[in-house]
Design a protein around this ligand. Structure first.
Ligand SMILES: Cc1cc2nc3c(=O)[nH]c(=O)nc-3n(C[C@H](O)[C@H](O)[C@H](O)COP(=O)(O)O)c2cc1C
Length: 432
């Protein structure tokens, strides 16, 4: 479906368009709610703005933060989000998404520690508070590319994701899964040692733990029933928990509550073959994670950045023109975030606000003020101009001339395996 690129001179124009499309896009002119603190696991996020995990593909070969990694987090720290959800960090070398994805080891844990110390120092000096920092621990599964070419570790054969079926030996065994689970203990111990406040057992965007949630067709202990499909995620939590010392460090997840693929190849979808979300299982899962692991918040997301990026991060320019208006994509995400927030007793961090550009803060405020989520997470906008927080705080609002334009350039850099950043607003450093 062709649609006109973003063209809303005023907030009211954007609201009118969303209404015409029947999309759930609650906006508020008053953004002050974003600057209220949120207590979080004995700590405090100074405001309701989070920076979502944004992988830069700029670590060193041995997995330590590189020069551009440090530059990125220093910029983030200066901007003053209440929470930084630190990007995907591999739990094992063979599960890295690129040869330059971060990978936390005994050898480089001090370099992570140094980076975190500096981030807290910069934020304290610039803003008067330090952010809560959560590390995203990942197993890239189907999207593992540790040597720069695909070496997939898949949960099951998934036709919507495979143009030609992958060889059977690319499907990981139950034994492999148990080994992958054990790795989370080691990573959790190092993560705590590095000084993160908490660790995300990443379960989104169809990386391994997320893919297993829809492994309806997989035989054995990790496929078929809800109990089996959630076994890997919960075992990773148990493994991580067994390695932690003290009580202040917490576990959480970034969770796909909807994949955007029809049953039996998607999680959070009706079983009638349609693409209509059904959040019954995601709600049950979050409640169980709260019950067993006392997660202090949950980061809600959707889609697959490789196959249906319009579900994951609505855009104006991409590899294909989706069959819906980007505001409908925003509406699906906001509706899902809201449904989850109303169903669970855990603060929800919402995703995918950047498409709204200069109005992204108004959407964030509308969502938080309406009780649809507790925090708003920004991805591409944090790459384009992390300082949008100061623009919001000043009362002038996010400046269109500095904001993300949803061009997809950062994602192209990421897919190319090259350092990722904003090719429009940070173009001295990042070029396609
Ligand atoms: C370049 C790039 C890197 C990303 N890296 C990660 C990542 O490491 N972990 C993750 O969960 N999501 C990652 N994402 C997804 C974003 O966190 C976010 O969900 C998505 O961009 C939609 O939010 P936005 O509209 O604010 O950009 C990445 C997205 C992009 C474009």
């Amino acid at each position: 479906m062709k649609h006109e690129a973003f063209h809303y001179p005023t907030l009211a124009d954007a609201e009118r368009e969303a209404k015409k499309l029947n999309a759930f896009v609650p906006m508020s002119e008053d953004v002050s709610v974003l600057f209220k603190a949120l207590p979080l696991a004995g700590k405090q996020a100074a405001n309701r703005i989070a920076f979502q995990p944004m992988e830069g593909t700029d670590g060193t070969e041995d997995g330590a933060p590189g020069e551009l990694t440090c530059r990125r987090y220093h910029r983030f720290a200066k901007a003053g989000p209440g929470l930084i959800w630190f990007e995907a960090v591999a739990t094992l070398p063979e599960t890295r998404a690129s040869a330059h994805q971060l990978w936390l080891t005994e050898k480089n844990v001090d370099e992570f520690r140094k980076l975190l110390d500096t981030v807290r120092e910069i934020s304290l000096k610039e803003n008067g508070y330090a952010p809560v920092i959560i590390m995203q621990a990942t197993n890239s599964g189907r999207y593992s590319k540790p040597h720069g070419y695909p070496e997939p570790l898949t949960a099951y054969s998934c036709p919507p994701l495979e143009d030609t079926p992958l060889p059977a030996d690319r499907i990981v065994s139950d034994e492999d899964l148990r080994r992958f689970e054990e790795a989370y203990a080691h990573t959790a111990a190092l993560c705590q040692q590095a000084g993160f406040d908490g660790m995300d057992v990443k379960c989104c965007h169809r990386y391994l733990a997320c893919e297993l949630l829809s492994a309806f067709t997989r035989p054995g202990a990790y496929g078929g029933s809800y109990e089996n499909r959630t076994r890997f995620l919960k075992n990773c939590y148990r493994s991580a928990k067994s390695a932690l010392k003290g009580s202040s460090f917490f576990l959480t997840s970034r969770l796909n509550v909807y994949d955007g693929f029809a049953w039996p190849y998607g999680f959070g979808v009706r079983t009638d073959g349609s693409l209509t979300p059904d959040l019954t299982e995601p709600v049950r899962l979050i409640r169980e994670l709260k019950e067993e692991f006392d997660i202090p918040l949950i980061n809600v997301t959707m889609g697959n950045p490789y196959k249906n990026p319009h579900v994951n991060r609505p855009y104006d320019h991409g590899n294909y023109v989706p069959d819906e208006h980007p505001l409908e994509g925003i509406g699906r995400m906001m509706q899902g975030v809201s449904e989850i927030q109303h169903a669970v007793n855990v603060p929800v961090l919402g995703s995918a606000f950047s498409y709204l550009r200069q109005y992204a803060g108004n959407l964030a405020a509308g969502m938080v003020a309406g009780g649809h989520c507790a925090m708003a997470g920004f991805g591409r906008m944090a790459f384009a101009n992390p300082e949008f927080i100061h623009e919001l705080r000043s009362g002038d609002g996010i400046q269109a001339a500095h904001s993300c334009v949803a061009c997809g350039g950062c994602a192209v850099l990421l897919r190319n395996g090259t350092p990722a950043g904003c090719i429009v607003r940070d173009r001295e450093v990042y070029k396609l």
